[in-house]
Design a binder for this molecule. Structure first.
Ligand SMILES: Cc1cc2nc3c(=O)[nH]c(=O)nc-3n(C[C@H](O)[C@H](O)[C@H](O)COP(=O)(O)OP(=O)(O)OC[C@H]3O[C@@H](n4cnc5c(N)ncnc54)[C@H](O)[C@@H]3O)c2cc1C
Length: 427
């Protein structure tokens, strides 16, 4: 991804710089200043433990400062698939952890006294094909198996929230919410620093090795010795621990934001929360209420290319108009790409790889709650020997397979898109 920072989030978050000096020794060294690494650091610092985060570039420059901002329970993998693999009780336990992750984000924002980071409440999951009966059944199963209540909304009721012919029905999750993710990442980093964490930007980890029970990490700013190392580099991490990096496939997705257009947008979208369709490679979008007027943030598309495609704004404009033709004249301002890290099983890698070497990575497209959950689990494991992270061990066998894995991932992207088109063709 380009070093040029051109997201709406970077243009609107209060600036922050973390320029601590790297110490030669620490108890825990966290590699990666995204929400996973920052949550580990915050969790350890709040418990009075010594922790240093090194970030190759700047805090939140990766997926954590580029995403859609939707916070809700769940994982990148569907709960049905998780249940098939590990059974209902274990799946329910993981779902509850993911729910605690979403609550952790809300509670941290409240505790920091930064309510403005939360920009809206609720999530509408909309369907573009069928009569909504699949959604109704999905809601019943979700309530029965996971105690998660979702409200069914039929086509007539959906009219209150959006004006489009595209959607047939929706499920509403009233407890989901959306945030300014970069503001959250920077605030969380500042909170960790206040509690004693050290954060060093512009400091990539270059390699690591274990000697005499201690991890030695060579970084761009010198050698660090640590009892624990947490790898939290997402799909941006290369050359540190190849077995882990092979398991994490980079998948790009794209976001565009509009200029303020309060009245024009109100003719199309009135729902103040998150909206996403149920396609595997679907659209996700939300209104950004800002003092200068309401903007649209629209995300979608997935590929395995790691550069920004040419004519990205135009491509996303076509997606918007495909749902809301009345937004044809909406002026689009900034578009950007970000990388999501996926394992073959679409579940995160959370846990101990070797004594004192921890992974907290591969949160896919569902990372805002799961990085909070994963970061808390790793902090509890290091500080309190808590072994709840072991619940994720059934997913540790995933292997991405280097460049063949990339091809497989691209194939999977195309297959997802093809299945979406087929579903809609059946309407
Ligand atoms: C466009 C987009 C939209 C998304 N929308 C949503 C959404 O709406 N809701 C949701 O829940 N999830 C969403 N996601 C997913 C979510 O953003 C991620 O899962 C989550 O942010 C991952 O956090 P992370 O800390 O693991 O990784 P990152 O935020 O990517 O952080 C990893 C950091 O590690 C650093 N790093 C890598 N290697 C090294 C090294 N060797 N030394 C030092 N530092 C290193 C990188 O520079 C980077 O800053 C989206 C993702 C994208 C890209």
């Amino acid at each position: 991804m380009s070093d040029r920072i051109e997201t709406h989030y970077h243009a609107t978050a209060a600036p922050a710089a973390f320029d601590d000096t790297l110490l030669a020794e620490t108890e825990t060294l966290v590699v990666g200043g995204g929400l996973a690494g920052l949550t580990v650091a915050d969790g350890l610092a709040q418990r009075g433990r010594a922790v240093t985060v090194i970030e190759a570039r700047t805090i939140g420059i990766g997926a954590s400062g580029r995403n859609g901002g939707f916070v809700s329970p769940g994982f990148a993998e569907s709960l049905d698939a998780i249940m098939r693999r590990i059974g209902r009780d274990e799946a329910r336990a993981l779902f509850d952890l993911s729910k605690a992750g979403a609550q952790r984000v809300r509670q941290t924002i409240e505790a920091m006294g930064r309510p403005e980071i939360i920009a809206g409440e609720g999530w509408l999951k909309v369907v573009r094909h069928g009569d909504g009966s699949d959604l109704r059944r999905a809601a019943e199963a979700r309530a029965r198996d996971f105690g998660h209540d979702l409200q069914f909304i039929d086509r007539a009721d959906l009219e209150k929230h959006v004006t489009t012919d595209r959607y047939r029905a929706a499920l509403l999750d009233p407890n989901a919410f959306h945030i300014h993710p970069l503001a959250y990442a920077r605030a969380l980093a500042a909170r960790a620093v206040d509690a004693g964490a050290i954060i060093v930007e512009g400091c990539a980890a270059l390699n690591l090795a274990r000697e005499g029970g201690i991890w030695r990490v060579h970084t761009e700013q010198g050698l660090v010795r640590a009892h624990h190392v947490v790898l939290a580099g997402n799909a941006y991490q290369h050359g540190l621990w190849p077995a882990l990096e092979r398991a994490v496939l980079p998948v790009a997705t794209y976001v565009v934001t509009s200029e303020p257009a309060t009245e024009l947008l109100a003719r199309a979208i009135r729902f103040p929360g998150c909206i996403a369709d149920t396609r595997r490679a679907g659209d996700y979008y939300r209104l950004l209420p800002e003092p200068s007027g309401t903007r649209l943030l629209w995300g979608g598309r997935i590929t395995t290319r790691t550069t920004v495609p040419p004519r990205l704004i135009e491509a996303l404009r076509q997606d918007i108009i495909g749902v809301y033709p009345q937004l044809r004249d909406l002026a689009l301002e900034r578009a950007w790409a970000g990388l999501m890290g996926y394992t073959r099983l679409k579940m995160p890698i959370i846990g101990e790889l070797q004594p004192g070497l921890w992974a907290c990575t591969a949160f896919g497209g569902h990372g805002l709650n799961t990085t909070a959950m994963g970061g808390d689990l790793i902090a509890a494991a290091i500080a309190d020997q808590d072994d709840t992270w072991r619940r994720f061990m059934p997913f540790h066998t995933a292997w991405g397979g280097g460049w063949p894995g990339r091809i497989a991932a691209q194939g999977a992207c195309w297959a997802m898109q093809a299945r979406d088109w087929l579903d809609e063709a059946r309407v």
